[in-house]
Write a protein that binds this ligand. Structure first.
Ligand code: ZN
Length: 405
């Protein structure tokens, strides 16, 4: 197996807390040795070992590949007209999901697969090397099974979200639909999934219905994560903490008791700043969350309704500008934080033994990710030790994006 050395790294973010108290594990004038799929050595460029291939980072920064722990990438159609109407003053509501359900049911497996792989490549080119993907636009046994099966072709982080919204054919029969989700639909989807999720919100599922869904998933070996407090305060955060969820996502409207419960738990609060941006809702105060001791992740929530961005750098910029995180905290939340939200310790960090998932930025420091919003700063990406993207103008010259595994 061949080794590669990336050396002369001006600023290396390892996310391994250093003895001097830097929780981001920042090294200057550093080097990283990759052996096969894994990181073999990390240290000072002056002490770097020999390698088969050497890449000179020439004073640029390296960070772990982004871990995007929340996305909805398997769907048909788009909702550009709805976005345009919203920007003209119309409010976002959970019901818009139903129009994507119609388009998704009408799409063939091949159409959905081609689109999904396109999104994964788009993400790789922006530095995302691990992505979680949810179902939730099928809402029938047949269609939800298709979505989790297709998602499992591109990532091990698959979430069954049959309880995304009540489909029109079950209007006024929500409890009956929950029976379908927790029965035949779960039976069909659980073999392809690792996670169980529910949209616990007014207009979607009540806290009692959400508990039924999550407990049924847990009984089949899935681990819970919850969409909660996106459109208003509710009981979803407490439910997530009670059930030991890996993550509760959105948290746009958190109460003081929600924050206390999160701080005392292992549940990560996943911020989705692209949603507040795209729906013109207020941004949650993430500064307050971190100061209270809550573990925070950042994800894109890529979906056609409320956040159609796949750019972790854009979400980092929003989290710094509008949620009160420092650039270092935002990069941590988009890498190590996402890994915690997926209960992974082999990604989101640059340390011997971890997967060799790395991003070389065309900038001397990670601060530029927030300082230069909208500028494509991702220069090269490695996934499992393989170069999967190189920006045009670099030695490789073209996009080598492949499906993330
Ligand atoms: Zn979502």
């Amino acid at each position: 197996m061949s080794t590669s050395l990336i050396t002369n790294i001006a600023e290396l973010t390892t996310n391994v807390a250093s003895p001097d108290g830097d929780r981001f594990g920042t090294l200057v004038d550093a080097a990283v040795l990759i052996d096969g799929e894994r990181i073999a050595w990390v240290g000072s460029a002056a002490d770097a070992p020999e390698a088969d291939v050497v890449l000179d980072a020439a004073g640029r920064a390296v960070i772990p590949g982004f871990v995007d722990s929340h996305s909805h990438l398997v769907f048909g159609g788009d909702r550009a007209a709805e976005f345009e109407a919203r920007m003209a003053g119309q409010r976002y509501a959970a019901g818009g999901i139903r129009s994507t359900v119609v388009a998704t049911r009408a799409a063939s497996d091949d159409e959905l697969r081609a689109r999904l792989r396109g999104f994964v490549d788009e993400m790789l080119a922006q530095g995302t090397t691990t992505v979680e993907i949810k179902s939730g636009y099928g809402l029938s046994v047949r269609d939800e099974e298709r979505l989790v099966r297709l998602a499992a072709e591109v990532t091990p982080e698959v979430t069954f979200l049959g309880a995304h919204v009540v489909p029109v054919e079950y209007a006024d029969r929500a409890d009956e639909y929950v029976g379908l989700v927790t029965g035949p639909m779960l039976d069909a989807c659980a073999p392809h999934a690792k996670w169980i999720d529910v949209f616990c919100e007014t207009g979607a599922f009540s806290v009692e219905q959400s508990r039924r869904v999550l407990e049924a998933g847990i009984a089949q070996g899935l681990v819970p994560r919850v969409h909660a407090s996106q459109l208003g305060p509710g009981e979803g955060v407490r439910l997530a903490v009670d059930l030991g969820a890996a993550s509760v996502d959105h948290g746009t409207y958190l109460t003081d008791s929600d924050i206390e419960a999160l701080a005392a738990s292992d549940t990560v609060l996943t911020l989705l700043p692209g949603v507040e941006f795209s729906t013109r809702q207020p941004y949650p105060d993430a500064r307050r969350l971190i100061d209270a001791g809550v573990t925070v992740a950042i994800a894109c929530d890529t979906n056609p309704g409320s956040s159609f961005t796949s750019s972790m750098p854009f979400c980092i910029a929003l989290a710094v500008r509008d949620m009160g995180l420092t650039p270092a905290e935002a990069v941590w939340a988009a890498t190590a934080g996402g890994a915690l939200a997926l209960r992974r310790d082999d990604v989101g960090v640059i340390t011997p033994g971890a997967r060799a998932d790395l991003v070389l930025l065309s900038a001397p420091t990670r601060i530029h990710l927030a300082y230069r919003p909208g500028v494509p700063l991702v220069e090269r990406v490695w996934k499992d030790g393989v170069g999967v993207f190189a920006a045009s103008g670099t030695a490789e010259g073209t996009n080598h994006g492949t499906v993330a595994r």
